[in-house]
Design a protein around this ligand. Structure first.
Ligand SMILES: Cc1cc2nc3c(=O)[nH]c(=O)nc-3n(C[C@H](O)[C@H](O)[C@H](O)COP(=O)(O)OP(=O)(O)OC[C@H]3O[C@@H](n4cnc5c(N)ncnc54)[C@H](O)[C@@H]3O)c2cc1C
Length: 399
């Protein structure tokens, strides 16, 4: 059988794409190939669970537009499908005087991105929102929420099946070739044929892009592990909802924060350290081949050369719970090392070009036989239905 489209990767982006295609064209034959025994086991199931508002992103960027559109679609989807979520709001807190202008810039960005109600708050108001948090200035973002993205992804999967799509678990795409206008996808459990391949392979999206005809050799995924601690149950009262620091404009994903999780508990983190394996959730997990590839990538060498101090700071905090606690104490001075227990980790797929740029925006690239989602880091879970819609539109033009 020749599928109209085969989607490689059953994470939240691949599933949202499948769902959007089937919503517009239920007659199309769509298959999703996922290498694991369950859907969405990587970035989607190991993230902070925040429904991002669109505060951080450059107005007009794909991140800004997809986050804002995706936010509304996600909230509607959760309401319709009865997936528990909460619009909690969050505070972003400057803890040092020099962060005040950055906080101001952030607020203006949020307003440019249409976040009405986002505003500067007084330090008294900060105490009302988060009684244990201290700082020198703060903003409140009412739109931010929390959800369990694994549950969202499973719901997308159920809808795909209801609408006639097929999901093949434990089917790892190993190679792709073209013959007579059709792509032949070799997997760990047999071969598939498709008119169009859609690559949503997350941490392996560059590898799958090299398999298809897109000729992508200018981008590599660099895996950054984000490690969390959890607050002990009896200290969860220290955090009401979500408390964020002012982000470093060079590394918006850095800066440990506090997040109340929809599935329960309060997480502190994540940091960002180079993972020695793409799916390396523990410090001890190393894949020498993958590590060598990362280290040999010219773009990574340039990033490492430029930002080695930041990298070492993150690494130090990864090995030293005392240092991690100290970073958290900037926001909540009362937090003690003994309040924190191990909270697991996620690995971010961050695309890096040859010349040393970490790709900031979402990146989708088309070729004759394929559409490749090459960079879908945070807020891609929030934005999933919008990114899925964008990819679906590209795909539907071909049918
Ligand atoms: C620590 C952390 C915190 C984050 N916090 C947030 C947040 O709070 N809010 C937010 O919006 N976003 C957040 N994100 C980002 C968000 O989780 C990701 O952007 C999103 O999950 C990406 O989805 P995906 O489908 O592209 O990737 P994934 O979920 O990684 O899915 C890719 C899938 O492809 C499969 N695959 C790979 N190779 C193959 C192959 N060869 N054959 C078959 N299948 C294959 C994998 O097994 C995987 O299931 C966070 C990410 C991390 C890591």
């Amino acid at each position: 059988m020749v599928y109209d489209a085969v989607i490689v990767g059953g994470g939240i982006v691949g599933l949202a794409t499948g769902l959007k295609i089937l919503k517009s064209r239920p007659d199309l034959k769509i298959a999703i190939l996922e290498k694991e025994a369950q859907l969405a086991q990587h970035q989607t199931a190991n993230n902070s669970g925040v429904i991002h508002s669109g505060l951080y992103y450059k107005p007009g960027s794909l991140k800004a537009t997809n986050c804002i559109n995706g936010y509304h679609e996600l909230v509607n989807f959760c309401q319709e499908e009865k997936i528990p979520f909460e619009i909690t709001g969050k505070v972003v807190v400057a803890t040092r005087e020099e962060q005040k202008p950055l906080l101001e810039t952030l607020l203006n960005r949020g307003l440019q991105n249409g976040l009405t109600g986002t505003r500067k708050i007084t330090l008294e108001e900060l105490k009302e929102y988060e009684p244990y948090c201290t700082g020198v200035a703060a903003i409140h973002v009412p739109q931010t929420g929390i959800v369990d993205y694994f549950q969202v992804a499973l719901a997308y999967g159920r809808k795909i099946i209801q609408q006639g799509g097929a999901i093949f678990l434990e089917h790892k795409a190993l190679g792709i070739s073209q013959k007579d206008g059709i792509s032949h996808i070799e997997t760990s459990k047999g071969s598939f044929q498709a008119k169009l391949v859609i690559n949503c392979a997350g941490l392996y999206s560059d590898k799958v892009a090299r398999m298809n005809d897109a000729g992508v050799n200018d981008v590599k995924i660099i895996p950054f592990r984000g490690e969390y601690y959890k607050l002990k149950k009896e200290r969860e009262y220290l955090v009401k909802n979500l408390i964020y620091p002012v982000p470093d404009p060079n590394f918006p994903f850095l800066g440990v924060h506090f997040t109340r999780m929809k599935k329960g508990g309060v997480e502190a983190g994540p940091n960002a350290v180079l993972a020695f394996r793409r799916e390396g959730y523990k410090k001890s997990q190393i894949n020498l081949g993958e590590l060598a590839e990362t280290l040999a990538w010219p773009g990574f060498q340039k990033v490492a050369g430029k930002y080695w101090k930041t990298g070492f700071g993150e690494l130090y905090r990864s090995f030293s719970k005392t240092a991690f606690t100290k970073a958290l104490q900037e926001l909540i001075p009362e937090i003690q090392e003994s309040d924190l227990v191990d909270g697991g980790a996620g690995v971010r797929a961050q695309a890096c070009d040859r010349t040393g740029g970490l790709l900031d925006d979402f990146a989708i690239r088309e070729s004759q036989y394929a559409i490749n989602v090459l960079n879908a880091p945070s807020p891609a879970a929030t934005s999933s239905l919008s990114i899925g819609g964008t990819v679906a539109e590209m795909a539907l033009k071909r049918f």
